[in-house]
Unconditional design. Structure first.
Length: 416
């Protein structure tokens, strides 16, 4: 009997549900991650310590183990290598390695958006300080690598001296890469979750990112996402039209797509987009609201199985709250089970293992849980969140309480 082998690239928390779904499809799962104890290790059938960027080693493993699938759901910069290996070995893949590269390279992305009239901020790409002689952008600006990912790789600058300092930091982290400097977009930030099929983006959810900019460690923290957003119908229409435009421009079909946009009244600016699922816990909120399982759809995408995207708009409000802790050695979160049982909390996810060091100065590094709340009204939603923060607690191995109760969603953040 031939056993189907799937290689999962990356042992992140979000690959746990991916592995579970692959196993339901009778795949033997091999997790590739250089860490000794990646978060998803004990859910896979086997763990092989290979860097997720060592594509020669991954290819050799695929040949040796006769893999029929190499897959990743949420890590943007490995898809180019995965698709190239799949092309060379005749394995299924969601799009060509050329498209994978184009949607992960921020310089090409910005250039293509401008060419296709996708609303985005003014920018310039530079290779050295000499290129700053032509600097003509308005402050503040953001500085990032053309091939970086995640908010930790983005720096804000308000003067030419700060721009130079930020460029130095980016080049130190991404040597030899081009640097993008772009103007700050006005408005509030929103996540846009899509699944393009047949030339249509199929916007599954638009969620406002409610953030805290006043933390004592001076790090902007995502407190919660809130959906559906309280924005104008015109802004929603433009978001849908823009998502469709990106879908066609980059030839994205039968794949997940995640956009980050700034909305100011009836205007939007696209910050970035990716041809993959988002990180975090948004996939569960999407499933709760639409019934669409993004992980199943992603597996279908990699296997070239067409997805049928049909859903009704939700008739309730949904939040995904991020639970933060003060610096400690994390032990556990308590007090949530009764809230799950009585429906105050709809779902919960815990990305940290007991014994993990919780640090300040990092949004990701101090997050210990995600809670999903659903409610028919905003008042009911806020009541559920208030009850949650007064019922749960984060304990350190020192036995002390470490929940940062002040970092919770409020009406002010929703309506701001």
């Amino acid at each position: 009997m031939n056993v189907k082998v799937a290689i999962v690239v990356g042992g992140i928390q979000n690959h746990i549900p991916l592995i579970k779904r692959l196993k339901r499809r009778q795949y033997y799962t091999i997790l590739v991650d250089y860490l000794d104890e990646p978060r998803a290790k004990h859910y896979a059938d086997e763990h092989v310590q290979i860097s997720i960027f060592d594509f020669d080693a991954i290819k050799n493993l695929a040949i040796e183990r006769k893999a029929s699938l190499i897959i990743n759901a949420c890590l943007e910069h490995v898809n180019t290598g995965i698709c190239r290996i799949a092309e060379e070995l005749g394995l299924p893949h969601p799009y060509s390695s050329e498209i994978a590269y184009k949607i992960s390279n921020k310089e090409y992305m910005k250039e293509c958006m401008v060419q296709n009239d996708v609303p985005t901020t003014k920018y310039m790409c530079i290779s050295s300080y000499e290129d700053l002689r032509d600097f003509c952008l308005k402050y503040p600006v953001y500085v990032k690598s053309s091939e970086g990912s995640g908010s930790n790789a983005v720096n804000r600058a308000s003067s030419i001296e700060e721009v130079k300092s930020c460029i130095e930091q980016v080049l130190k982290k991404y040597p030899g890469k081009r640097v993008i400097v772009e103007e700050e977009a006005k408005g509030k930030e929103y996540n846009v979750y899509c699944f393009p099929t047949n030339g249509r983006a199929n916007v599954l959810m638009i969620a406002k990112r409610c953030t805290d900019n006043q933390s004592e460690d001076h790090v902007t923290k995502l407190i919660a996402t809130f959906a559906p957003p309280l924005i104008s119908e015109k802004a929603k229409e433009i978001i849908h039209d823009t998502a469709n435009c990106i879908t066609r421009a980059f030839k994205l079909d039968n794949v997940p797509m995640f956009m980050q946009v700034m909305v100011c009244e009836d205007k939007i600016n696209v910050i970035e987009f990716a041809g993959r699922m988002s990180g975090g816990y948004g996939y569960q909120a999407i499933y709760d609201d639409t019934g669409i399982d993004e992980f199943e759809a992603t597996i279908n995408s990699f296997l070239n199985i067409p997805n049928i995207i049909e859903f009704k708009a939700p008739d309730s409000f949904t939040t995904v709250s991020t639970i933060y802790a003060s610096p400690c050695i994390f032990d556990k979160v308590i007090g949530y089970q009764e809230l799950l049982d009585n429906g105050t909390i709809s779902n919960a996810m815990f990305p940290r293992l007991s014994g993990t060091e919780i640090v300040s100065g990092s949004s990701n590094g101090s997050c210990v849980a995600f809670f999903i709340h659903h409610a028919a009204t905003i008042d009911e939603l806020i009541d559920k969140i208030f009850t949650t923060y007064n019922s749960v607690e984060v304990l350190g191995t020192d036995g002390k309480k470490h929940l940062k109760k002040e970092l919770r969603l409020t009406k002010e953040l929703i309506f701001s």
